[in-house]
Design a protein around this ligand. Structure first.
Ligand code: GLU
Length: 519
């Protein structure tokens, strides 16, 4: 019988979600929706030492912002069929599974103290063993239930001596599995160590908890980052020893995310250095060295739109096999397939994510964009009609990357310039320009047509009369009206400002700049 597709995103709440983690969540989500299956989230918090307060909340908020919906999670209003979805709350059940492996001879108790483990490693290092491990060879010389007499083991357990439970990895066996992205992966068991399954604090390790939960939660596909590929053979062994091979999930290990220059794994430091966020939302943390509070920027706060971020992220390691680059979430779901996920690492491109943001911003109706500007104006206590805001964003939208750019770039619509771009003035300001513009300013308020076209007609007429070419004055006119050398269509700016205000600004500038005209 075909099983229902069930995938999971299984973050550990050890800090903010890295962009790579969000990509893992996204691919799981796209796959689940595409296959008509379920997407669940499980919090893997068995390592209490690495627990960071606020991280779980952060993960929840991030996924929500991205539009990644969960069918089952610790935050669902109705508990899912496999609740609880936080491993710390599932703690009592893991021991039972570890015992199952002990009883079938696939796991054993190990009583070695930290000092004994250190001594073993030192001995092996001295003997020039390249990678000292607790494994099928070394375990024969350690204090565990394989080497100690049965009654001593019993006595140690009864007396409450600290112990861990380790997996008994066979010495010579081939472990193989077919990764959906990488094809057959074959590993020799001699390269796998006897991993701890239960820690001395009674908590399972990631490996045990992850496999038990994936099995109990009926996971059919494990889609996760490449950094987990080395753990997969161990996981395959666990499925085998539990007798769960028939329902073992299919693995898909996603490609690495590289720095923009392709020289290594993308890190938060690269983001800080090159000025782009690596986290979906702003993260308030603590500097490990100084203990001081730190803030790391997030895509949301930097002004990225979730649609743009998701579209960009989908392409980091996947492509639709066509030229199409713009995909809404439903379109991504429709187009997504694991077969088209690449094996080779994906390089992060900060220009591309900006490009996507510009695209999605421009695609929004002006009335919606106007809200960004109106909100900023309100913060600055500047009154503006909705109609005027719509006109301004309409004129500006081809020039902005982020919503906050509307206010930053459009301030001159509300505040007359105090100073003028020096370079343009020193090159373009002269007696002929000043006189032509002054005449234009004098005639403008009485001019009936103040549409951009109407203003242009008047300007052309005045300039013709004065014998000045439009190309000679246009830049100077822009600078005296706005203060700056670049911006959207100047006729549109003057039309939005209105005849009075435009004329006023020109007259003021002509007075202020009188001294700049060389004799
Ligand atoms: N808890 C692991 C993590 O933090 C999950 C790895 C997996 O998906 O198996 O990424």
């Amino acid at each position: 019988m075909e099983r229902e597709v069930r995938v999971r995103f299984a973050p550990s709440p050890t800090g903010p979600l890295h962009i790579g983690g969000v990509r893992t969540a996204l691919y799981n989500y796209l796959f689940a929706r595409k296959m008509g299956g379920k997407m669940l989230l499980r919090i893997e918090d068995t390592d209490q030492n690495r627990f960071v307060p606020g991280a779980e909340q952060y993960i929840a908020e991030s996924l929500k912002w991205c539009g990644i919906e969960l069918d089952e999670s610790p935050w669902s209003e109705t508990p899912g069929p496999h609740a609880p979805y936080r491993q710390s709350e599932r703690k009592p059940m893991y021991m039972e599974y570890a015992m199952q492996l002990i009883n079938s001879g696939h796991a054993y108790y190990a009583f070695d103290t930290p000092e004994e483990l250190d001594a073993m490693r030192a001995r092996l290092t001295a003997a020039k063993v390249p990678n000292p491990q607790y494994n099928s060879i070394t375990r024969t010389q350690m204090r565990n239930s394989l080497t100690l007499p049965e009654d001593e083991v019993k006595q140690l357990l009864d007396s409450g001596s600290p112990y861990v439970i380790r997996l008994k990895v066979p010495r010579k066996e081939e472990v193989r599995f077919n990764d959906m992205i990488r094809g057959w992966v074959v590993v020799h068991s001699s390269s796998i160590d006897d991993k701890v399954l239960m820690k001395s604090d009674g908590m399972p390790t990631y490996h045990l908890a992850n496999i038990v939960d994936d099995h109990l939660m009926e996971i059919t596909h494990v889609i996760r980052g490449e950094e987990w590929l080395p753990s997969a053979p161990l996981h395959v062994l666990l499925y085998r020893y539990f007798g769960w091979e028939d329902t073992m999930p299919q693995f898909a290990h996603l490609p690495l995310l590289l720095k923009p220059d392709g020289t290594g794994k993308l890190s938060k430091r690269d983001g800080d250095r090159l000025g782009f966020p690596v986290f979906p939302l702003e993260w308030h943390g603590t500097d490990v060295e100084t203990g001081q509070p730190t803030v790391s920027s997030g895509y949301r706060e930097s002004g990225y739109l979730p649609d743009a971020f998701i579209n960009f992220l989908a392409f980091l390691g996947w492509n639709p096999g066509s030229q199409q680059e713009i995909f809404s979430m439903p379109e991504l779901i429709e187009a997504f397939s694991i077969e088209r996920v690449s094996k080779s690492p994906a390089r992060f491109d900060q220009n591309k994510v900006r490009w996507y943001n510009e695209h999605y911003l421009r695609a929004k109706p002006d009335t919606e964009l106007a809200q960004f500007l109106l909100a900023a104006l309100q913060e600055h206590n500047i009154a503006c009609s909705a109609e005027k805001a719509v006109q301004i964003v309409g004129a500006m939208k081809e020039r902005v990357t982020f919503p906050q750019d509307f206010w930053r770039e459009a301030q001159y619509f509300f505040i007359a310039p105090e100073s003028y771009d020096e370079q343009v003035i020193s090159k373009k300001w002269n007696a002929a320009t000043a006189s032509a513009l002054l005449e234009f300013a004098q005639e403008l308020p009485a001019h009936s047509d103040t549409t951009p076209e109407g203003i242009k007609t008047l300007l052309t007429m005045v300039l013709e009369r004065q014998g000045v070419k439009i190309g000679q004055v246009l830049q100077a006119l822009r600078v005296v009206v706005t203060g700056v050398a670049a911006g959207p269509d100047l006729m549109a700016i003057m039309s939005i400002l209105g005849a009075q205000e435009t004329a006023q600004r020109i007259t003021t500038a002509v007075e202020r700049l009188a001294s700049k005209i060389s004799a």
